[in-house]
Design a protein around this ligand. Structure first.
Ligand SMILES: [Zn+2]
Length: 186
């Protein structure tokens, strides 16, 4: 569990915007490689995918985490707060995992670590999908799940089912004004 927390803090501290998740991609590749997996970076510009092969027959289940941050300046001052700044639509902006995708990456890496150590008990296979640009590709660019599919991700092997998750802070969400949700940052 410590490792999952460390991953979450790391990705929180170094967020990257949609289709610019280069360091995020590198860190995911490194973590998966350490687990003995063979990460594939050919889909979605900055995406990462990998198979975990179970030792028993069964379905192929895809598990997906989104990996991009938002053009939001972090106001908290924690040891792992983001100080990242970048240019977005001509303005200098802060970058923050304000949506929780740092947690999504850490959770999926944790799941990958557990499953890759327990393939003897795994009935079927797992396709890990770390998907960039969930918030939407920059103007004029393609990205996200749509691009990964267009590039043929499911043509290698089509999953029988796919699962993703999205964290939420109900207390915080209930206090947010409508403009936030109307901006599509859900
Ligand atoms: Zn999100």
């Amino acid at each position: 569990m410590t490792k999952v927390t460390d991953w979450r803090h790391h990705f929180h501290q170094y967020p990257e915007l949609s289709n610019r998740e280069y360091k995020t991609q590198e860190s995911i590749v490194e973590a998966l490689t350490e687990m003995g997996l063979e990460p594939n970076t050919e889909f979605g510009i900055t995406g990462v995918t990998a198979f975990i092969r179970g030792q028993n027959p069964g379905p192929l289940i895809a598990l997906r985490a989104d990996i991009d941050g938002l053009p939001v300046t972090e106001k908290l001052n924690l040891p792992f707060s983001s100080k990242v700044k970048t240019t977005y639509q001509g303005n200098e902006v802060g970058v923050m995992h304000a949506c929780g995708h740092d947690a999504h990456i850490a959770v999926l890496l944790g799941v990958a670590s557990f499953l890759s150590r327990n393939t003897d008990k795994l009935n079927g296979d797992i396709l890990l999908i770390f998907q960039p640009a969930e918030e939407g590709a920059p103007e004029g660019e393609e990205g996200g799940a749509e691009l990964m599919l267009k590039e043929g991700l499911f043509e290698i092997e089509k999953p029988d089912a796919i699962f993703g998750l999205h964290v939420s802070n109900f207390k915080k969400w209930s206090n947010l004004d409508k403009t936030w949700t109307n901006n599509g940052f859900s």
